[in-house]
Design a protein around this ligand. Structure first.
Ligand SMILES: *Cc1c(COP(=O)(O)O)cnc(C)c1O
Length: 355
């Protein structure tokens, strides 16, 4: 608190990212990073950019990267926007597309960055409750809406909507911008990108942080009608013309070109998720059906906060949200087989000793 701060700064409630502790031997299952490394081809491309050319500004339009994404997703380059992580792409979307007189709708249990952006940009919003099974019901969104944003799969539940349900949501709201945040879509959900061709109000946001194991590179993107992309570009060019450096643009292109590595590593995460789910169920956890690289689980006899604390004592870090409706859940990132074993044996010790 300082008298030098603007009024806006006094009123902000910043997002709190999952911690990045530096403890040896830690089993870190709290921020949904990939347990497997990035494509070796991406690493090579990034190294190749550590050169004299770093004197020069990068391509402000990231034309080569947008062209590669357009080919990959079968759209035109004018339908692709890239940014410094999808958080930045989302921030520009809130500013450019989601601020209207009628409230922005999003689920009550969802990515906690959304209300943070609303406060930063002064956006009226309304939370739409998940149903009792922690699912999004698109029919609950049939109300006055300036715009809608939904993660699919939802975070932190991991539960996905089908493309048909997203289509229904779009048909209910032909005049409102609808953003689908697909940070986890590659782990088993259906992307809404094919609906972009028929719905001018749809913006699909994806990231290279999760399924492409490039969280440290900061590359996210959006796909939508060229008119929506132009809105994002206007905001971006009023904020930072060069959000992606040369290494990021080159690494992202190489990652997209390495399809077999991508397919392999996401299949390994999906397989490991099934093992994690079976293990947790065996210990008496109720695990929501996940289409993401994490699971959301609770134990009937143990509080979430106590379990998270007991795990931490055993050097296993998971995410716990001290928030109504989900205080008893743990969000656990899918790790390597060895990490899953460490987690499950720590839990079985904790449950056995009635901590
Ligand atoms: C991780 C995440 C993002 C942001 O990822 P970036 O690393 O900024 O690309 C966006 N939305 C959701 C729901 C996420 O979980």
């Amino acid at each position: 608190m300082s008298r030098f701060w603007s009024r806006l700064t006094h009123e902000l409630k910043p997002y709190v990212p999952g911690e990045q502790p530096r403890i040896a031997e830690l089993v870190k299952l709290n921020t949904n990073e990939s347990p497997f490394g990035p494509s070796p081809r991406a690493l090579e491309a990034i190294s190749a950019e550590a050169a004299d050319s770093l004197r020069l500004y990068p391509d402000p339009q990231a034309s080569a990267l947008r062209a590669a994404l357009a080919t990959y997703h079968r759209v035109r380059p004018e339908q692709v926007f890239v940014g410094n992580g999808s958080d930045e792409v989302l921030a520009h979307s809130f500013n450019a597309l989601l601020k209207h007189d009628a409230p922005l709708l999003f689920p009550d249990i969802t990515y906690s960055f959304y209300p943070v952006y609303c406060r930063l940009f002064g956006i009226a919003h309304e939370a739409v409750p998940l149903d009792r099974t922690m699912r999004i019901q698109v029919s609950d969104y049939r109300r006055s809406a300036g715009a809608i944003i939904i993660p699919n799969p939802n975070a932190p539940t991991g539960v996905a909507l089908s493309r048909a349900e997203i289509a229904k949501l779009l048909e209910d709201h032909p005049d409102a911008p609808v953003v689908i945040d697909e940070a986890y879509v590659d782990f088993g959900a259906q992307t809404a990108i094919p609906l972009v061709a028929t719905h001018k109000n749809l913006l699909v946001v994806q990231t290279m942080s999760k399924s492409r194991a490039l969280a440290g590179l900061r590359v996210g993107y959006a796909i939508g009608d060229a008119d929506l992309i132009e809105a994002l570009t206007r905001v971006k060019d009023s904020f930072n013309s060069y959000p992606l450096g040369r290494p990021a643009q080159a690494g992202a292109i190489a990652s997209i070109e390495d399809e077999s590595y991508f397919q392999q590593s996401r299949a390994r995460v999906i397989e490991a998720r099934e093992g994690l789910t079976r293990g947790l169920s065996g210990l008496g956890f109720d695990v929501l059906p996940s289409s993401a690289n994490f699971v959301f689980a609770r134990h009937a006899a143990h509080e979430g906060a106590a379990l998270a604390a007991a795990l931490r004592q055993r050097a296993v870090i998971v995410r716990h949200f001290a928030v109504p409706r989900i205080a008893d859940y743990l969000r656990i990132t899918v790790g390597t087989d060895a990490q899953t074993e460490r987690l499950l044996s720590a839990l079985s010790e904790i449950l056995g000793s009635n901590t």
